[in-house]
Ligand binder design. Structure first.
Ligand SMILES: *[C@@H]1O[C@H](CO)[C@@H](O)[C@H](O)[C@H]1NC(C)=O
Ligand SMILES: *[C@@H]1O[C@H](CO)[C@@H](O)[C@H](O)[C@H]1NC(C)=O
Length: 325
């Protein structure tokens, strides 16, 4: 057979096995690719588009159900649109909760005044939303968030801290860089090393910068008893708190706005580390204010409101902790 004929036959074979695409979505697909800077090889493009179309359909379906009063939150297309839920879970999360070992227990003060709402962002405790990229380093972002808050509480200065320092150096404490880790191990590392670098001196995605350990310090950490009431007291009396959650669901991948509640969410199988920066109530439904590390285009400017006092939904109180500075 002539080589070019052979090639043509091969290509036809692949084309006929390609998924059925909806041409009326072409324009939206080009727009989406441009917005998120996506470039694919010829073969990858077909199946990525197929994944994206399936996600579009599920998003439309969910939001239609929302309009019928079936959900308390909306979802939206975002930069994860070409990822299957399986891929998303592997790439974005990275909390290794099976490793959890107990630290000192936080004793909620008995007579503390606990306000009905708290938002530490308004008090200067919280840095802008960051982006972990395709690396299972959520635990590092959750840990810096809590440490940034405690340092602000102590010094009155808000300094953005280095996740890369934690990703590169906290293996001895049990973390595994982009393959996952735990916030408590990060706090332990800061103590062991006598400090942590600032974001400025050791930026993300710049491994091997010179270490000075000069921006923050801790002397250990407290684990919060695994109850939402205790978490509420910790948030109200201490500041932003590191938590683990189950973030594995399609609804979380594409969360947009409203109070997140997914009946499939687990209170035990946690796979993502985030930061509780406060809590509040919207028309009778209470929620946790949660800072994520997926950039500002996800959720509510990078944040999510998660259902509060609904049986430890998504395990938000299961693995909470904060550093002692
Ligand atoms: C193609 O997409 C449009 C726009 O979302 C939708 O209205 C239509 O039902 C889709 N067609 C098929 C065959 O799925
Ligand atoms: C952190 O604490 C250790 C031990 O107390 C101390 O040696 C170190 O200088 C401190 N580092 C910073 C940045 O304050």
């Amino acid at each position: 057979m002539h080589p070019s004929l052979f090639l043509a036959a091969l290509c036809l074979g692949i084309a006929s096995a390609a998924p059925q695409l909806n041409q009326s979505l072409d324009e939206q697909w080009y727009q989406w690719k441009a917005t998120h800077g996506k470039l694919y090889g010829v073969y990858e493009e077909g199946w990525r588009r197929d994944v994206w179309e399936k996600n579009m359909k599920m998003i439309e379906q969910h939001n239609w159900e929302h309009s019928q009063g079936k959900h308390s939150f909306r979802v939206a297309m975002n930069g994860f649109g070409d990822m299957t839920n399986e891929e998303f879970k592997q790439k974005m999360n990275g909390l290794q909760m099976q490793k959890h070992k107990k630290g000192k227990m936080f004793q909620p003060p008995l007579f503390a005044e606990i306000p009905s709402s708290v938002d530490w962002r308004k008090k200067g405790y919280v840095t802008p939303v960051k982006n972990q990229g395709q690396c299972g380093s959520c635990w590092a972002f959750s840990a810096t968030g809590a440490l940034e808050g405690q340092m602000f509480r102590k010094t009155g200065k808000l300094v953005s801290l280095s996740e890369q320092n934690l990703v590169d150096c906290s293996q001895p404490e049990g973390n595994e860089g982009c393959n996952g880790g735990l916030m408590d191990y990060a706090f332990q590392y800061v103590k062991d090393n006598g400090g942590l670098d600032s974001e400025e001196s050791y930026p993300y995605h710049t491994p091997g910068s010179k270490l000075s350990y000069s921006a923050a310090n801790d002397t250990g950490f407290f684990d919060v008893p695994p109850r939402e009431k205790a978490l509420m007291v910790a948030v109200a009396t201490k500041g932003p708190i590191s938590v683990g959650i189950d973030a594995s669901h399609f609804t979380f991948q594409f969360y947009h706005e409203g109070i997140y509640y997914d009946p499939d969410c687990s209170s035990e199988d946690l796979d993502h580390g985030v930061l509780v920066t406060g809590y509040g109530t919207d028309v009778g439904q209470s929620y946790w204010i949660v800072k994520n590390s997926w950039g500002k285009n996800w959720g509510i400017d990078g944040y999510i409101k998660m259902a509060k006092d609904r049986k430890n939904h998504c395990g938000i109180a299961t693995m909470a902790s904060f550093p002692i500075v």
